[in-house]
Design a protein around this ligand. Sequence first.
Ligand SMILES: [Zn+2]
Length: 528
Amino acid sequence: MAVTRFAVVVATVLSMPAAAWAQRSEPDPTPAGGPWFGLRLPPRPGDAPAVRVGRRPPRPVALPPGEPASPDLSAARIKADLDRIVGFATEARELGEQGSRQMWGRVAGFPSAANTTAWAAEEFRNAGISDVRVQPIAQDARASFWMPLAWELRLLGDSSFGEGTADVVLESALPLAPSNIPDGSLTAPLVYVGAASPAVSKHIDVKGKIAVQLVVPQGHMLFERQAVDTRAEDLVKRGAVGVLNLVRLPGNERARDFSNCGNPCFNIGGRDGHFLEQVLDRAAVAGVGDRVRARITLAATTRTGLKAENAVAVIKGRQAGAIVLNAHVDGWFDGAGDNADGLAVLMALARHFGRPEHHLERTLVLVASAGHHTPGINGPRSFVVANPDLAREAVLLVNIEHVAQRNFSPARTTAPDGYREAVADSGEAPIAVGVTNNSPFLQALIDDGPARYGVNFISERSTFQSGETGGWSSLSVAKVSVMQAPPLYHTTGEVLDVISQPGLERIARFLAHLVRQADTARPRSINP
Ligand SMILES: [Zn+2]
């Protein structure tokens, strides 16, 4: 990609939103028959939070009788680390590490993740742990990291949509890997295909058009990947020049999920999608459906040869066997829930077990992992290669991943544009707990968690393993994953406000308890 074109696109993109926003400050309510069929324009970024978080706080922590106070595991202490970890992402955004500030995160292979890992290593040392290793990882030579640098999705105004209809930029649009527009810009009419199920889409001509498909996640976007990707690919095979996934999630957030469909593919946030659906409906009713058009610009690049690190802390025990605790450092956007909360809990456990009075019988290994988001970089796999002795000694692996996000329900009232928002309640989002070997001893400890610490574990036992736990597959021991799958996962909505402070303490105390119990358990109990 020529640098000059990137510079031009960035300059254009950065100057465009101001114009688009200016037209959004018209007096409300917009009179019927005004621009865009009299519809209210979607909120601009930062104008409305992804979910409403009221003043009523989450349930406080209730400790089991006899549980000693432990300042290292207190909500306030863990929250201070959470703030710091999210700060590495927001600093990278300010610096434009990923291009035009439309995309950011703690990205393995870039300073944002490297700084987080260096901080974790320093905090391990501050916890009194003398054996701290910062271990380099080189990106697999066969892999490349696709990186969108700057983009814009502009709905083109047309006088037939109402007097004064000017272009609207859908700010929540996010291109999917590895979208590419050879000339950098594409203009085409839009065609709505609903859920794009074969029964519907066979009746719709998408040739030369940008297909707009509706995605209504029942939970995690992850669960929709198969259907969304397959249907998008099918639309492209049938001639669509691009696909927009209207992801009906809370707020108007950018969502980093789903893959490309063979042509430029974008996710669109909830409220932008709501607006676009209404525009397409009104245009169809008015007989001007074929005049709804969009212009997409995109500058992207691919990176190879990236480098990252794991930070590993080892607290040597007196007995054989090692317990390994893992949390991934990387995350998209602020990533307060994926995985700043998990990493903050790992650091709390390092401080707690770093104290001589809390040392275990077995060796404790804490891994601030480079994670699994960047293709060709995998923290767990690199750990196993770099530390064969510790890997051999392991009796238990615990992966701490997405653990303290608040729970949201659909709000009783709708937003002014008619979109139903979500509101936080007094608890945390459900946490699934996987135990790969289904050890009855571990499962019983987990069954006990809700009563003992108030953690919101789902009611079913499971043997699932998360994406990060997958990297540990070569360890043939019990692998425990604690993981939430809330709707804001991988979106710009995963900010500090949606994390439950008491939730941080609940899961930290539960995990400290699990580690203490596993420390003195017979090896056959953990790995029957
Ligand atoms: Zn994660």
